[in-house]
Write a protein that binds this ligand. Structure first.
Ligand code: CA2
Length: 149
């Protein structure tokens, strides 16, 4: 089974700027860890980062046809603005887990609302790179349950 791991705008900067908020781990290291754990759990993880809302929408929209069974997404700033990404997740109709490095609920008010969370099966936020591991375990658990249903 294939899992699509998507990271949104500016996350390519991870590890180089604002380590107090986002930690010191690079995106490449997060992707490597998620891919390795995915393998252990029996999933192939394919990862993409994009600064473009349209590209993320296309990747999500193509996910079912490309054989993905689930999605892990950190929509970054688009979390708070993107009806297009929300609609794409809803239309793909695959289990999706939203992930954030920081606890968006304890930051500025404009980060408190997530437009994408309601169309995801759940959200993991506030645990830095470990948020991604928990998101993967949660999605793997859901996909395993679906597989054995
Ligand atoms: O906490 C998260 O994972 C966020 O999705 C990160 C977004 C932010 O807009 C969301 O509210 C919460 C920002 C991603 C930008 O990442 C950077 C990493 C290093 C340096 C600068 C930006």
């Amino acid at each position: 089974m294939k899992i699509l791991l998507l990271n949104g705008p500016n996350l390519q900067l991870l590890g180089s700027r604002e380590p107090d908020i986002y930690g010191k781990t690079t995106l490449a290291s997060i992707v490597a860890d998620v891919t390795r754990l995915g393998k252990e759990l029996g999933f192939d993880v394919e990862a993409f980062q994009s600064n473009s809302e349209g590209e993320l929408v296309t990747l999500i929209g193509d996910a079912p046809r490309n054989g993905f069974s689930g999605i892990i997404i950190n929509p970054a700033a688009y979390t708070h603005t993107s009806v297009a990404i929300r609609d794409a997740i809803a239309a793909a109709a695959l289990p999706a887990v939203e992930v954030h490095l920081s606890n968006i609920s304890s930051r500025e008010a404009f980060r408190h609302e997530s437009l994408t969370a309601p169309v995801c099966i759940g959200v993991v936020a506030g645990f830095g790179a470990f948020s991604y591991e928990m998101a993967l375990r949660a999605l793997a658990n859901r996909l395993g349950a679906l597989r054995n249903a």
